[in-house]
Ligand binder design. Structure first.
Ligand SMILES: Cc1ncc(COP(=O)(O)O)c(C=O)c1O
Length: 409
């Protein structure tokens, strides 16, 4: 029955399996005896799912005509497109040619980028440690995947390996599409420095002598950067030096930004120093919108634009989100200080929802079993085990790193 290319499609969802194991353990042994660090969403200190009041109140008051009808166009409502461009690029917006489309979540942005940049059989470049969905989406579009080592021996972004892998792909297919997930990388919590970003721009320019270099930066977690709005976007200034053969696509998501994961509002904001790149990309994506999802929920777009257009609403949201940024800081400090003391190796966390333990690939399965046996439920990822500090109250994180070190000895 299935198309040939769909015959081997099968999601092995390690996240949901582990979430269910943790749930069962809580029923069996009692909530207080289980450490559940599986949850990839924000939870408060009482273990409740976080929903920002500053967002919810606006949503409740939207006119029903802002929710029920179709969106204004396939690419999205014009006020939403204006606001996501302005939000993503901040003070840099005027420096480039800019385009934007609304997509179902950040996922829609990443997926439609793969579809419109690469042909079936071509190769996509992604980090060796990263969000699992990149590989699923690549398969969906019949793409091959090559990974760059995310970190070098000094625990910095591995610029050399990124360049080497990109160069190889450029030489063989005359074009590169590479994904970076910055800041607050999922699952390590790494954020790149300005100088690391400058090196990426240099590589893009150097390789664009051979062909187009397209970079997708997945910034689903940017609003949780401890550096604040302006600083977390400072690196974008250097994109004004990009060769006209380059295109940068930012995948934006309201899921974390507004704690509205289920609203499925996101977008691609794309920049280039060549207007034709923007026009071409826009034209192809408009077709994809119509051809794949038609249009995204109008209420989600109206919610975001209403908040962004209004300083009071924006400030309310900022205040509420800032509280959680501080909370993440507090939780990460508890875990990282103890990890350091216990000698538990973790990837270089700077900010964001997750911390990841460094575990060799052949030891992950057995480490997970040992942790589960002690009622600790994290998530296995490539080259490590992810601790979701976003979903776990501080009290559950106290003493955890030391315990893990002892269990894994
Ligand atoms: C790294 C990363 N990118 C993008 C997304 C996109 O999320 P959504 O499709 O809900 O916007 C997620 C969500 O978990 C993520 O972790």
């Amino acid at each position: 029955m299935l198309a040939k290319r769909s015959e081997d499609k099968n999601i092995i969802d390690t996240v949901f399996t582990m979430v269910n194991k943790a749930k069962d353990a809580k029923i069996k042994y009692g909530e207080e005896n289980v450490i559940d660090v599986t949850i990839g969403a924000l939870y408060d200190e009482n273990g409740n799912f976080t929903i920002f009041d500053s967002v919810n109140n606006v949503y409740k008051n939207l006119d029903k005509m802002d929710i029920a009808p179709y969106a204004e166009s396939f690419v999205g409502n014009s006020d939403y497109l204006r606001e996501i461009k302005s939000w993503v690029l901040g003070s840099h917006e005027e420096k480039f040619n800019v385009g934007g489309i609304a997509t179902p979540g950040g996922s829609g942005s990443v997926s439609s980028t793969m579809k419109n940049i690469l042909d079936a059989g071509q190769t996509l470049l992604i980090p060796n440690i990263g969000w699992g969905s990149y590989k699923i989406m690549a398969k969906e579009h019949d793409l091959e995947v090559v990974t760059y080592e995310l970190f070098n021996k000094k625990d910095e972004f591995n610029v050399e390996d990124f360049r080497e892998k990109a160069l190889k792909i450029m030489k063989s297919q005359g074009k590169v599409l590479a994904i970076i997930n910055d800041p607050c990388h999922n699952p390590t919590g790494y954020s790149m420095s300005i100088s690391e970003w400058n090196s990426i721009v240099k590589i893009m320019n150097e390789l664009s002598e051979i062909g187009n270099f397209i970079l997708l930066n997945d910034l689903a977690y940017i609003d949780y950067s401890v550096n604040g709005y302006e600083k977390s976007r400072e690196y974008m200034d250097n994109f004004k030096n990009l060769s006209p053969k380059n295109l940068v696509i930012f995948s934006f998501s309201c899921s974390k930004t507004l704690t509205k994961y289920g609203l499925r509002a996101g977008g691609s904001v794309f920049i280039s120093n060549n207007k034709k790149n923007i026009d071409d990309y826009m034209r192809a994506n408009e077709f994809t919108c119509r051809g794949v999802w038609s249009n995204i929920p109008k209420g989600g777009m109206k919610l975001f634009s209403t908040i962004q257009e209004n300083k009071v609403l924006r400030d309310n949201l900022k205040k509420e989100r800032d509280f959680y940024i501080e909370l993440l800081k507090k939780r990460s400090k508890i875990f990282l200080d103890e990890a350091k003391e216990a000698g538990l190796a973790v990837y270089p966390y700077k900010e964001g929802f997750f911390i990841t333990l460094k575990i060799e690939n052949d030891k992950i399965k057995q480490s997970m079993e040992k942790l589960n046996a002690e009622n600790i439920y994290p998530i296995q990822v490539a080259s490590g085990i992810r601790i979701a500090i976003c979903g776990s109250p501080s009290k559950k994180l106290k003493g955890l790193a030391g315990r893990i070190k002892t269990i894994l000895k």
